[in-house]
Design a protein around this ligand. Structure first.
Ligand code: URA
Length: 438
Protein backbone atom coordinates (compact mmCIF):
# COMPACT_ATOMS: atom_id res chain seq x y z
CA UNK A 1 0.00 0.00 0.00
CA UNK A 2 1.40 3.43 -0.91
CA UNK A 3 0.61 6.52 1.13
CA UNK A 4 0.63 8.49 -2.14
CA UNK A 5 -2.34 6.51 -3.49
CA UNK A 6 -4.30 6.92 -0.25
CA UNK A 7 -3.75 10.69 -0.23
CA UNK A 8 -4.90 10.90 -3.84
CA UNK A 9 -7.98 8.79 -3.14
CA UNK A 10 -9.01 11.03 -0.22
CA UNK A 11 -8.14 14.18 -2.19
CA UNK A 12 -10.49 13.06 -4.96
CA UNK A 13 -13.36 12.32 -2.58
CA UNK A 14 -12.99 8.53 -2.37
CA UNK A 15 -13.82 6.37 0.65
CA UNK A 16 -10.86 4.61 2.28
CA UNK A 17 -11.16 1.03 3.48
CA UNK A 18 -10.44 0.07 7.13
CA UNK A 19 -7.13 -1.50 5.98
CA UNK A 20 -6.11 1.72 4.22
CA UNK A 21 -6.98 3.82 7.26
CA UNK A 22 -5.08 1.40 9.52
CA UNK A 23 -2.05 1.75 7.25
CA UNK A 24 -2.05 5.54 7.67
CA UNK A 25 -2.37 5.27 11.47
CA UNK A 26 0.44 2.69 11.49
CA UNK A 27 2.54 5.16 9.46
CA UNK A 28 1.90 7.92 12.02
CA UNK A 29 2.77 5.71 14.99
CA UNK A 30 5.84 3.98 13.56
CA UNK A 31 7.27 6.84 11.51
CA UNK A 32 6.82 4.62 8.45
CA UNK A 33 5.04 7.39 6.54
CA UNK A 34 6.75 10.76 6.01
CA UNK A 35 5.39 13.87 7.78
CA UNK A 36 4.67 15.62 4.48
CA UNK A 37 2.49 12.72 3.33
CA UNK A 38 0.63 12.52 6.65
CA UNK A 39 0.13 16.30 6.52
CA UNK A 40 -1.21 16.12 2.98
CA UNK A 41 -3.62 13.38 4.03
CA UNK A 42 -4.82 15.52 6.97
CA UNK A 43 -5.42 18.44 4.61
CA UNK A 44 -7.36 16.17 2.27
CA UNK A 45 -9.54 15.09 5.23
CA UNK A 46 -9.94 18.74 6.22
CA UNK A 47 -11.58 19.44 2.83
CA UNK A 48 -13.23 16.08 2.09
CA UNK A 49 -14.23 14.95 5.60
CA UNK A 50 -14.63 11.29 6.56
CA UNK A 51 -17.60 9.03 5.93
CA UNK A 52 -19.31 8.69 9.34
CA UNK A 53 -20.23 5.03 8.75
CA UNK A 54 -17.56 3.57 6.46
CA UNK A 55 -14.46 5.54 7.54
CA UNK A 56 -14.69 7.31 10.88
CA UNK A 57 -15.30 4.29 13.19
CA UNK A 58 -12.43 2.38 11.53
CA UNK A 59 -10.13 5.42 11.77
CA UNK A 60 -11.02 5.86 15.47
CA UNK A 61 -10.49 2.16 16.13
CA UNK A 62 -7.03 2.30 14.54
CA UNK A 63 -6.10 5.48 16.49
CA UNK A 64 -7.37 3.98 19.76
CA UNK A 65 -5.36 0.79 19.22
CA UNK A 66 -2.18 2.63 18.18
CA UNK A 67 -1.12 2.34 21.84
CA UNK A 68 -2.14 0.90 25.17
CA UNK A 69 -5.86 0.34 25.80
CA UNK A 70 -6.52 -0.10 29.49
CA UNK A 71 -8.45 -3.18 30.47
CA UNK A 72 -10.48 -2.37 33.58
CA UNK A 73 -12.93 -5.24 32.99
CA UNK A 74 -11.67 -6.98 36.14
CA UNK A 75 -12.96 -4.09 38.24
CA UNK A 76 -16.64 -4.56 39.10
CA UNK A 77 -19.14 -1.92 38.00
CA UNK A 78 -19.47 0.33 35.00
CA UNK A 79 -16.84 2.96 34.33
CA UNK A 80 -17.86 6.34 32.99
CA UNK A 81 -15.81 9.47 32.33
CA UNK A 82 -16.56 13.06 31.36
CA UNK A 83 -14.74 15.11 28.75
CA UNK A 84 -14.98 18.87 28.33
CA UNK A 85 -13.89 20.50 25.09
CA UNK A 86 -12.25 23.16 27.24
CA UNK A 87 -13.22 26.42 28.80
CA UNK A 88 -12.35 29.20 31.22
CA UNK A 89 -12.95 28.52 34.90
CA UNK A 90 -14.00 24.98 33.98
CA UNK A 91 -13.04 23.07 37.14
CA UNK A 92 -16.02 20.70 36.95
CA UNK A 93 -13.94 17.50 36.85
CA UNK A 94 -12.66 18.19 40.38
CA UNK A 95 -16.00 18.13 42.24
CA UNK A 96 -17.64 15.81 39.68
CA UNK A 97 -15.30 12.79 39.83
CA UNK A 98 -15.53 12.17 43.63
CA UNK A 99 -19.26 12.99 43.62
CA UNK A 100 -20.05 10.42 40.93
CA UNK A 101 -17.70 7.84 42.48
CA UNK A 102 -19.34 8.07 45.89
CA UNK A 103 -22.72 7.50 44.18
CA UNK A 104 -21.53 4.16 42.81
CA UNK A 105 -20.15 4.73 39.29
CA UNK A 106 -16.40 4.30 38.72
CA UNK A 107 -14.54 7.24 37.17
CA UNK A 108 -11.17 6.47 35.55
CA UNK A 109 -10.11 9.94 34.40
CA UNK A 110 -7.11 10.71 32.17
CA UNK A 111 -6.90 14.48 31.84
CA UNK A 112 -4.87 17.13 30.04
CA UNK A 113 -3.03 20.36 30.79
CA UNK A 114 -4.09 23.89 30.01
CA UNK A 115 -3.05 25.52 26.76
CA UNK A 116 -3.80 29.01 25.49
CA UNK A 117 -6.74 30.65 27.24
CA UNK A 118 -8.19 27.35 28.56
CA UNK A 119 -7.15 25.68 31.81
CA UNK A 120 -6.39 22.00 32.39
CA UNK A 121 -7.42 19.63 35.16
CA UNK A 122 -3.85 18.38 35.77
CA UNK A 123 -2.47 21.88 36.45
CA UNK A 124 -5.30 22.53 38.89
CA UNK A 125 -4.80 19.25 40.77
CA UNK A 126 -1.04 19.78 40.97
CA UNK A 127 -1.62 22.99 42.91
CA UNK A 128 -2.56 20.74 45.85
CA UNK A 129 0.79 20.30 47.65
CA UNK A 130 2.28 16.86 46.88
CA UNK A 131 -0.48 15.73 44.49
CA UNK A 132 0.90 13.44 41.76
CA UNK A 133 -0.79 12.93 38.41
CA UNK A 134 1.95 10.60 37.16
CA UNK A 135 0.90 7.21 38.55
CA UNK A 136 1.56 3.78 37.08
CA UNK A 137 -1.33 2.14 35.26
CA UNK A 138 -1.40 -0.56 37.99
CA UNK A 139 -1.84 2.08 40.70
CA UNK A 140 -4.45 3.87 38.56
CA UNK A 141 -6.50 0.66 38.29
CA UNK A 142 -6.07 -0.05 42.02
CA UNK A 143 -7.45 3.37 42.98
CA UNK A 144 -10.35 3.11 40.51
CA UNK A 145 -11.20 -0.22 42.16
CA UNK A 146 -10.73 0.91 45.78
CA UNK A 147 -11.93 4.53 45.73
CA UNK A 148 -14.01 4.50 42.55
CA UNK A 149 -11.86 7.14 40.88
CA UNK A 150 -8.37 8.23 39.93
CA UNK A 151 -7.16 11.29 38.00
CA UNK A 152 -3.93 11.06 36.04
CA UNK A 153 -2.15 12.61 33.06
CA UNK A 154 -1.87 11.07 29.65
CA UNK A 155 0.94 8.56 29.35
CA UNK A 156 3.19 8.21 26.31
CA UNK A 157 1.59 4.81 25.66
CA UNK A 158 -1.97 6.11 25.19
CA UNK A 159 -2.95 6.86 21.55
CA UNK A 160 0.55 7.70 20.23
CA UNK A 161 -0.86 8.17 16.71
CA UNK A 162 -2.89 11.10 18.00
CA UNK A 163 0.18 12.76 19.51
CA UNK A 164 1.92 12.64 16.14
CA UNK A 165 -1.11 13.68 14.08
CA UNK A 166 -2.13 16.45 16.48
CA UNK A 167 1.34 18.01 16.24
CA UNK A 168 1.11 17.91 12.43
CA UNK A 169 -2.40 19.39 12.49
CA UNK A 170 -1.19 22.16 14.77
CA UNK A 171 1.53 23.05 12.25
CA UNK A 172 -0.63 22.72 9.11
CA UNK A 173 -3.86 24.57 10.02
CA UNK A 174 -5.88 21.34 10.07
CA UNK A 175 -6.98 21.30 13.72
CA UNK A 176 -10.49 22.63 12.92
CA UNK A 177 -11.84 19.51 11.24
CA UNK A 178 -14.80 17.83 12.95
CA UNK A 179 -13.86 14.19 12.13
CA UNK A 180 -10.25 14.83 13.18
CA UNK A 181 -11.28 16.53 16.44
CA UNK A 182 -13.83 13.83 17.27
CA UNK A 183 -11.44 10.95 16.60
CA UNK A 184 -8.57 12.69 18.43
CA UNK A 185 -10.59 13.26 21.61
CA UNK A 186 -12.27 9.85 21.58
CA UNK A 187 -9.06 7.90 20.85
CA UNK A 188 -7.60 9.17 24.13
CA UNK A 189 -10.76 8.91 26.23
CA UNK A 190 -11.80 5.43 25.07
CA UNK A 191 -8.29 4.11 25.76
CA UNK A 192 -9.15 4.51 29.48
CA UNK A 193 -11.27 1.37 29.25
CA UNK A 194 -14.59 3.15 29.92
CA UNK A 195 -18.11 1.87 29.19
CA UNK A 196 -19.58 5.32 28.69
CA UNK A 197 -18.64 8.96 28.21
CA UNK A 198 -20.43 12.21 29.00
CA UNK A 199 -19.31 15.10 26.80
CA UNK A 200 -19.45 18.72 27.85
CA UNK A 201 -19.22 20.55 24.54
CA UNK A 202 -18.58 24.20 25.28
CA UNK A 203 -20.14 26.92 23.13
CA UNK A 204 -19.25 30.62 22.95
CA UNK A 205 -16.47 33.17 23.04
CA UNK A 206 -14.25 31.18 25.41
CA UNK A 207 -14.81 27.85 23.59
CA UNK A 208 -13.29 26.02 20.68
CA UNK A 209 -16.75 26.09 19.03
CA UNK A 210 -18.04 29.66 18.90
CA UNK A 211 -21.58 28.93 17.65
CA UNK A 212 -24.27 26.52 18.79
CA UNK A 213 -24.61 25.16 15.24
CA UNK A 214 -20.87 24.26 15.07
CA UNK A 215 -20.97 22.72 18.55
CA UNK A 216 -24.02 20.64 17.57
CA UNK A 217 -22.18 19.22 14.55
CA UNK A 218 -19.17 18.26 16.71
CA UNK A 219 -21.36 16.81 19.48
CA UNK A 220 -23.49 14.80 17.03
CA UNK A 221 -20.36 13.39 15.38
CA UNK A 222 -18.80 12.41 18.72
CA UNK A 223 -21.97 10.87 20.17
CA UNK A 224 -22.63 8.81 17.02
CA UNK A 225 -18.98 7.76 16.73
CA UNK A 226 -18.79 6.70 20.37
CA UNK A 227 -21.93 4.61 19.94
CA UNK A 228 -20.61 3.14 16.67
CA UNK A 229 -17.70 1.66 18.63
CA UNK A 230 -20.01 0.26 21.29
CA UNK A 231 -19.86 2.76 24.15
CA UNK A 232 -22.64 4.82 25.68
CA UNK A 233 -22.45 8.56 25.10
CA UNK A 234 -24.40 11.70 25.93
CA UNK A 235 -23.41 15.31 25.17
CA UNK A 236 -24.47 18.47 26.96
CA UNK A 237 -23.79 21.69 25.06
CA UNK A 238 -23.04 24.35 27.64
CA UNK A 239 -22.41 28.08 27.70
CA UNK A 240 -18.82 29.38 27.56
CA UNK A 241 -19.45 32.99 26.58
CA UNK A 242 -18.60 33.94 30.16
CA UNK A 243 -16.26 32.16 32.60
CA UNK A 244 -17.70 29.35 34.70
CA UNK A 245 -17.90 30.29 38.37
CA UNK A 246 -15.86 33.04 40.00
CA UNK A 247 -12.37 31.48 40.09
CA UNK A 248 -10.02 31.24 37.08
CA UNK A 249 -6.55 29.78 37.65
CA UNK A 250 -5.26 26.77 39.52
CA UNK A 251 -5.28 26.91 43.36
CA UNK A 252 -8.25 29.32 43.21
CA UNK A 253 -10.21 26.75 41.16
CA UNK A 254 -9.35 23.96 43.60
CA UNK A 255 -10.68 26.15 46.43
CA UNK A 256 -13.91 26.79 44.50
CA UNK A 257 -14.29 23.06 43.78
CA UNK A 258 -13.94 22.27 47.49
CA UNK A 259 -16.65 24.84 48.21
CA UNK A 260 -18.95 23.00 45.81
CA UNK A 261 -18.14 19.70 47.55
CA UNK A 262 -18.96 21.39 50.87
CA UNK A 263 -22.45 22.06 49.48
CA UNK A 264 -21.85 25.71 48.43
CA UNK A 265 -19.95 27.35 45.57
CA UNK A 266 -21.26 29.43 42.66
CA UNK A 267 -24.67 28.37 41.31
CA UNK A 268 -23.44 27.65 37.76
CA UNK A 269 -20.57 25.40 38.90
CA UNK A 270 -22.85 23.47 41.24
CA UNK A 271 -25.60 23.16 38.63
CA UNK A 272 -23.31 21.93 35.85
CA UNK A 273 -21.69 19.45 38.25
CA UNK A 274 -25.15 18.07 39.11
CA UNK A 275 -26.33 17.93 35.48
CA UNK A 276 -23.19 16.18 34.20
CA UNK A 277 -23.17 13.96 37.28
CA UNK A 278 -26.77 12.86 36.69
CA UNK A 279 -25.88 11.90 33.10
CA UNK A 280 -22.93 9.87 34.39
CA UNK A 281 -25.05 8.05 36.98
CA UNK A 282 -27.63 7.20 34.30
CA UNK A 283 -25.01 5.99 31.79
CA UNK A 284 -23.27 4.03 34.53
CA UNK A 285 -26.48 2.40 35.82
CA UNK A 286 -25.84 3.71 39.34
CA UNK A 287 -27.40 1.59 42.10
CA UNK A 288 -30.75 2.91 43.37
CA UNK A 289 -31.19 5.35 40.49
CA UNK A 290 -33.32 3.08 38.27
CA UNK A 291 -32.60 5.15 35.16
CA UNK A 292 -34.55 8.08 36.65
CA UNK A 293 -32.93 11.54 36.24
CA UNK A 294 -34.76 12.88 39.32
CA UNK A 295 -33.43 10.06 41.50
CA UNK A 296 -29.94 10.59 40.06
CA UNK A 297 -30.00 14.27 40.97
CA UNK A 298 -31.34 13.54 44.45
CA UNK A 299 -28.53 11.10 45.06
CA UNK A 300 -25.93 13.62 43.99
CA UNK A 301 -27.46 16.40 46.09
CA UNK A 302 -27.47 14.11 49.12
CA UNK A 303 -23.77 13.27 48.64
CA UNK A 304 -22.95 16.99 48.52
CA UNK A 305 -25.11 17.77 51.56
CA UNK A 306 -23.86 14.93 53.79
CA UNK A 307 -20.16 15.51 53.09
CA UNK A 308 -19.51 12.06 51.59
CA UNK A 309 -18.32 13.47 48.23
CA UNK A 310 -15.93 15.87 50.00
CA UNK A 311 -14.60 13.01 52.13
CA UNK A 312 -13.98 10.94 48.99
CA UNK A 313 -12.06 13.83 47.42
CA UNK A 314 -9.87 13.94 50.54
CA UNK A 315 -9.23 10.18 50.27
CA UNK A 316 -8.27 10.60 46.62
CA UNK A 317 -5.89 13.46 47.39
CA UNK A 318 -4.25 11.35 50.11
CA UNK A 319 -3.96 8.30 47.81
CA UNK A 320 -2.34 10.44 45.09
CA UNK A 321 0.27 11.81 47.52
CA UNK A 322 -1.33 15.18 48.21
CA UNK A 323 -2.06 17.07 51.41
CA UNK A 324 -5.68 16.08 52.10
CA UNK A 325 -5.93 18.66 54.88
CA UNK A 326 -6.75 21.22 52.15
CA UNK A 327 -10.36 20.04 52.16
CA UNK A 328 -10.78 21.53 55.66
CA UNK A 329 -8.17 24.25 55.42
CA UNK A 330 -7.97 26.14 52.11
CA UNK A 331 -5.04 28.21 53.44
CA UNK A 332 -2.83 25.16 52.74
CA UNK A 333 -3.14 25.87 48.99
CA UNK A 334 -0.37 27.97 47.36
CA UNK A 335 -0.68 31.70 48.08
CA UNK A 336 0.16 34.47 45.60
CA UNK A 337 3.05 36.86 46.29
CA UNK A 338 1.03 39.80 44.96
CA UNK A 339 -2.71 40.56 45.00
CA UNK A 340 -4.41 43.49 43.25
CA UNK A 341 -8.01 44.60 43.08
CA UNK A 342 -9.24 45.77 39.68
CA UNK A 343 -11.74 48.60 39.97
CA UNK A 344 -14.42 49.73 37.52
CA UNK A 345 -13.62 52.92 35.60
CA UNK A 346 -17.30 53.73 34.98
CA UNK A 347 -20.83 52.79 36.04
CA UNK A 348 -23.53 50.61 34.48
CA UNK A 349 -24.63 47.02 34.21
CA UNK A 350 -21.95 44.41 33.54
CA UNK A 351 -23.26 43.24 30.17
CA UNK A 352 -20.24 41.26 28.94
CA UNK A 353 -17.29 39.45 30.46
CA UNK A 354 -15.55 37.87 27.49
CA UNK A 355 -14.46 34.38 28.58
CA UNK A 356 -11.55 34.18 26.12
CA UNK A 357 -10.08 37.49 27.30
CA UNK A 358 -10.53 36.53 30.96
CA UNK A 359 -8.71 33.26 30.18
CA UNK A 360 -5.91 35.20 28.50
CA UNK A 361 -5.73 37.51 31.54
CA UNK A 362 -5.15 34.45 33.73
CA UNK A 363 -2.34 33.37 31.35
CA UNK A 364 -0.82 36.88 31.64
CA UNK A 365 -0.95 36.48 35.43
CA UNK A 366 1.05 33.23 35.14
CA UNK A 367 -1.74 30.66 35.66
CA UNK A 368 -1.65 29.20 32.12
CA UNK A 369 0.66 28.55 29.22
CA UNK A 370 1.09 30.26 25.88
CA UNK A 371 3.29 27.33 24.71
CA UNK A 372 3.13 23.62 25.65
CA UNK A 373 6.50 23.66 27.43
CA UNK A 374 5.84 26.74 29.62
CA UNK A 375 5.61 26.23 33.41
CA UNK A 376 2.50 27.41 35.29
CA UNK A 377 2.29 29.33 38.56
CA UNK A 378 -0.17 27.42 40.73
CA UNK A 379 -0.84 30.44 42.95
CA UNK A 380 -1.70 32.75 40.02
CA UNK A 381 -5.22 33.47 38.77
CA UNK A 382 -8.18 35.67 39.44
CA UNK A 383 -11.41 35.85 41.40
CA UNK A 384 -14.41 37.56 39.84
CA UNK A 385 -16.13 39.87 42.31
CA UNK A 386 -18.78 40.92 39.76
CA UNK A 387 -20.59 38.77 37.24
CA UNK A 388 -22.68 39.48 34.15
CA UNK A 389 -25.94 41.21 35.11
CA UNK A 390 -24.51 42.89 38.22
CA UNK A 391 -24.91 46.65 38.70
CA UNK A 392 -21.49 48.33 38.86
CA UNK A 393 -20.52 51.77 40.15
CA UNK A 394 -17.25 53.51 39.30
CA UNK A 395 -14.61 52.35 41.79
CA UNK A 396 -16.31 49.01 42.59
CA UNK A 397 -13.98 46.00 42.70
CA UNK A 398 -14.53 43.88 39.57
CA UNK A 399 -11.93 41.22 40.30
CA UNK A 400 -9.01 40.23 42.50
CA UNK A 401 -5.84 39.32 40.59
CA UNK A 402 -3.14 36.95 41.92
CA UNK A 403 0.40 36.86 40.48
CA UNK A 404 4.08 36.63 41.34
CA UNK A 405 5.04 40.22 40.41
CA UNK A 406 3.75 43.66 39.47
CA UNK A 407 4.54 43.29 35.74
CA UNK A 408 2.26 40.25 35.54
CA UNK A 409 -0.43 42.12 37.48
CA UNK A 410 -0.16 45.05 35.01
CA UNK A 411 -0.53 42.75 32.00
CA UNK A 412 -3.36 40.78 33.62
CA UNK A 413 -5.22 43.95 34.64
CA UNK A 414 -5.06 45.49 31.14
CA UNK A 415 -6.31 42.29 29.55
CA UNK A 416 -9.01 41.78 32.16
CA UNK A 417 -10.37 45.29 31.62
CA UNK A 418 -10.57 44.61 27.87
CA UNK A 419 -12.96 41.70 28.69
CA UNK A 420 -15.37 43.94 30.59
CA UNK A 421 -18.25 45.78 28.93
CA UNK A 422 -20.62 48.01 30.89
CA UNK A 423 -23.98 48.97 29.40
CA UNK A 424 -27.52 50.04 30.23
CA UNK A 425 -30.36 48.08 31.67
CA UNK A 426 -30.89 44.52 32.73
CA UNK A 427 -29.24 41.51 31.06
CA UNK A 428 -31.44 38.55 30.19
CA UNK A 429 -30.51 35.45 32.19
CA UNK A 430 -28.47 33.11 29.97
CA UNK A 431 -29.14 29.38 29.85
CA UNK A 432 -26.28 27.23 31.13
CA UNK A 433 -27.32 24.13 29.17
CA UNK A 434 -28.01 24.94 25.53
CA UNK A 435 -28.75 21.46 24.19
CA UNK A 436 -28.50 17.76 24.99
CA UNK A 437 -27.68 15.08 22.40
CA UNK A 438 -27.83 11.33 22.92
N1 URA B 1 -8.57 18.39 21.70
C1 URA B 1 -8.05 17.22 21.30
O1 URA B 1 -7.65 16.40 22.11
N2 URA B 1 -7.97 16.96 19.98
C2 URA B 1 -8.40 17.82 19.05
O2 URA B 1 -8.32 17.54 17.90
C3 URA B 1 -8.93 19.06 19.48
C4 URA B 1 -9.01 19.32 20.83
Amino acid sequence: MRAYDLIRKKRDGGTLSPQELQHLVWGATSGGIADEQLSAFLMAVFFRGMDPVHELPAWLDAMLHSGQVLDLSGIPGRKVDKHSTGGVGDKISLPLAPLVAVCGVKVPMVSGRGLGHTGGTLDKLESIPGFSTQLSIARFAELVNRLGLCLIGQTAEIAPADRKLYALRDATATVESVPLIASSILSKKLAEGIDGLVLDVKVGRGAFMKTLADAQVLARTMVDLCKAVGRGCVALLTDMDVPLGRAVGNAVEVAESIEVLRGGGPDDVRELTLQLGAEMLLLGGAPGVEGDPKLARLRLETALANGSALKRFGELIDAQGGDARVIDDLSRLPKPKKVREVRAKGSGTLVELDAELVGLASVDLGAGRARKEDPVDHAAGLLLRMRVGDAVRAGDVLAELHAADEAKLDAGEARFLSAVKLGDGPVLPRPLILDRLS
